[in-house]
Design a protein around this ligand. Structure first.
Ligand code: G6P
Length: 431
């Protein structure tokens, strides 16, 4: 990926970061890079994620999915890091195989999806690092039951990706299911480029090697200066802008196929950096659609935002037919691709003209290689930002609180957190 931070400079935007400040920050980037390299070399928890391009064996994944490779519908059951990476990859790339992601337990929504599945042509990809996440296990029980009710042996159509031990691992052993292991030391939100993110991609026929090659090429750019490394340029600039008041980061891809990138990025950024009262709030947006809903706020609202554009330099295209309506004649000389590109450039310029910081993240096109580079680059940016903030990037203790409270409510154990639910302060206004 390439990154253009010109519109985040203090000469353009407020908040903005001066070139001098970036030079000074670069000394901290060099220290952070040394820490990251050490973490990678020692396979330390979290840092190990940045080693995935050279650690992951695509053939192992391809072999594991062989029994279900004929699936016409791939149902992934997982949540958070065990779903968003896979969804980002499969939503970005074309395939004849439909990829469905059950990452919520809304009963109507689950039923909506299951009512449409032809079970004999479907397969289940159940993913949970811990093997204990209530939403995932509940949905898995529901999906497996739906297979049985349709007369399809779910044990023949299921692949499991989980940790070295835990309930899901035991279940895979008991039913002799094909299974893959979530690599050690890789938190869920950093696991897109492992079996966690790539099983669904494999069944959808995507090129796993190219994904990893793109990521490896991005890994090669990690170096001690932000001026030589797009990922670090992004991580350092977002950190500097947050410190200057841009506490919100609106991620706005200009391609429908990349919409899920913003969703994946939101988890990466929020869970990794949101701690010790620090962190930048990720917001999801989509160009050009959200030009017509959110842009007003980004250009004229509080000066607390950075807008991150993600744009493929080359995309598909479709001519706009001629029309005899005079006012629309200019469209007939154009294409949808040209229009989208013009909308992106105009929006970027409109923010800069209003002195609002924005950063452009460019990829050549939406394919496996570029996507691998983009995911790896944003992960490396996040790790770098975590070093600069001085937070523990790879844990998410705050999320555990609600998990325990939920479990307690369902009778799954005694947790102090559950008591807080009954202690809710009420001020009800009723009709
Ligand atoms: O993969 P699992 O163990 O099922 O975890 C799924 C998700 O659960 C939690 O809510 C964590 O905060 C996430 O980081 C994780 O990705």
């Amino acid at each position: 990926m390439n990154v253009d931070i010109g519109n985040a400079l203090a000469t353009v935007a407020s908040p903005g970061v001066s070139r001098d400040s970036l030079e000074r920050l670069d000394e901290q980037v060099a220290d952070a890079h040394a820490r990251i390299e050490r973490g990678m070399a020692n396979a330390e928890h979290g840092y190990e994620a940045l080693n995935l391009p050279e650690r992951v064996d695509p053939d192992e994944i391809l072999t594991a999915v062989e029994p279900i490779a004929d699936a016409e519908t791939m149902i992934t059951v997982g949540i958070g890091g065990s779903s968003l990476g896979a969804a980002t990859i499969t939503n970005a790339l074309d395939s004849d195989t439909e990829a469905v992601f059950l990452d919520n337990v809304d009963p109507e929504w689950v039923s909506y999806h299951l009512d449409r599945v032809s079970f004999e042509n479907a397969a289940i990809n159940v993913v949970s690092r811990s093997g204990t996440t209530a939403e995932t296990l509940a949905n898995f029980l529901v999906v497996r039951d739906a297979f049985e009710s349709a007369g399809v042996d779910w044990t023949e159509r299921t692949i499991v990706t989980t940790g070295e031990s835990g309930p899901l691992c035991d279940l895979a052993d008991r039913h002799d299911l094909p299974s893959l292991t979530v690599p050690d030391g890789v938190p869920g939100r950093f696991s897109a480029l492992s079996a966690v993110g790539m099983v669904a991609a494999a069944v959808c026929g995507h090129d796993l090697e190219a994904l990893l090659e793109g990521a490896a090429a991005e890994a090669d750019t990690l170096s001690e200066s932000l001026f030589d490394c797009p990922a670090y340029a992004y991580g350092a600039t977002t950190y500097a802008l947050d410190g200057r008041g841009a506490g919100v980061n609106a991620m706005m891809p200009y391609a429908e196929s990349l919409e899920t990138v913003a969703e994946w990025f939101a988890q990466l950024w929020a869970e990794s950096l949101g701690k010790d009262d620090l962190g930048q709030t990720p917001v999801r947006a989509l160009g050009a659609t959200d030009q017509h809903s959110q842009l007003q706020l980004y250009r004229a609202g509080p000066r607390d935002k950075l807008v991150t554009f993600v744009t493929p330099r080359n995309g598909g295209d479709r001519p706009i037919p001629d029309t005899d309506v005079e006012e629309l004649a200019y469209l007939g000389d154009s294409t949808l691709g040209t229009l989208l590109e013009a909308e992106f450039e105009a929006t970027e310029a409109s923010l800069a003209a209003a002195g609002r910081p924005n950063v452009r993240v460019e990829i050549d096109r939406v394919d496996e290689y570029e996507l691998g580079g983009l995911l790896y680059g944003l992960e490396a940016a996040c790790v770098l930002a975590g070093e600069l903030y001085g937070v523990n990037t790879f844990e998410q203790p705050a999320v555990e609180w609600a998990k325990k409270a939920t479990r307690g409510l369902l009778g799954g154990g005694e947790f102090a957190e559950t008591a807080a639910v009954a202690e809710k302060t009420e001020l009800r206004i009723e009709r």
